[in-house]
Design a binder for this molecule. Structure first.
Ligand SMILES: [Zn+2]
Length: 220
């Protein structure tokens, strides 16, 4: 099964991608993680990527495509954080054709902006071990302190309200047009992502089941 997961910041994309990868035994391809990994390992690609990051410029589409091309194969995948704009969607189509692969579905996690801001701005991350908490949904036992290692909990810059609102603007401008792009192909499955992550996953499974009745999506 080959899937794309689309959703604004705070839609729970990362979590649902993980659930999907585990349940359907497919590869989770998270573009941001791959790029960060390359930078961390100081590979030739990582060096190029880190130059762009330092300048605060988005990594150009052709570099992104190179990375994606290497990762896609017939083992099945769920793409998270990619494509982010129409140009990337068109390039992805080329790559899929080249590899004789096809998309089975594009899941759009529809969340409202206030809900997303609430989710992200309440998130706290352990500075020491990276464990994630939420002041309402998953508070630590002791405020500001990690249950697992006693480290200090911080708010990531990406999760601050003003940053979240800015990321939403970018999403609306760049990524939102993809919804109608995939709607044309009748590949789009819209799921209400305002609910809990478990409920959202059930909705996704239901949508995939009814959509892929003729295909074997049983995960076996
Ligand atoms: Zn910790």
């Amino acid at each position: 099964m080959n899937l794309i997961l689309l959703g604004a910041p705070g839609s729970g994309k990362g979590t649902e991608a993980k659930f999907l990868a585990e349940y359907y035994k497919i590869k989770k391809i998270v573009l941001g993680d791959i790029l960060r990994e390359e930078v961390k390992n100081n590979t030739s690609l990582g060096k190029i990527v880190s130059e762009y990051m330092k300048k605060g410029i988005l990594v150009p589409d052709d570099i992104i495509m190179k990375v994606v091309r290497e990762k896609l194969d017939s083992a099945g995948f769920v793409l998270d954080g990619f494509p982010r704009n129409l140009a990337q969607a068109e390039m992805l189509e080329e790559i899929l054709k080249e590899k004789a692969l096809s998309l089975d579905g594009v899941i759009y996690l529809k969340v409202n902006e206030e809900k997303a801001v609430e989710r992200l701005s309440g998130r706290r991350v352990c500075k020491n071990c990276g464990a994630i908490y939420h002041i309402v949904n998953m508070p630590p036992q002791k405020e500001g302190i990690c249950d697992k290692c006693g480290g200090k909990l911080i708010i990531r810059d990406d999760d601050r309200e003003e940053t979240v609102r800015k990321r939403w603007q970018v999403f609306r401008r760049e990524t939102f047009p993809l919804i109608s792009y995939y709607l044309k192909d009748s590949k789009l499955l819209e799921v209400d992502a305002n609910k809990s992550k478990e409920e959202v996953f059930l909705e996704i499974k239901k949508a995939l089941d009814s959509y892929g009745k003729d295909k074997d999506f049983s995960g076996n």
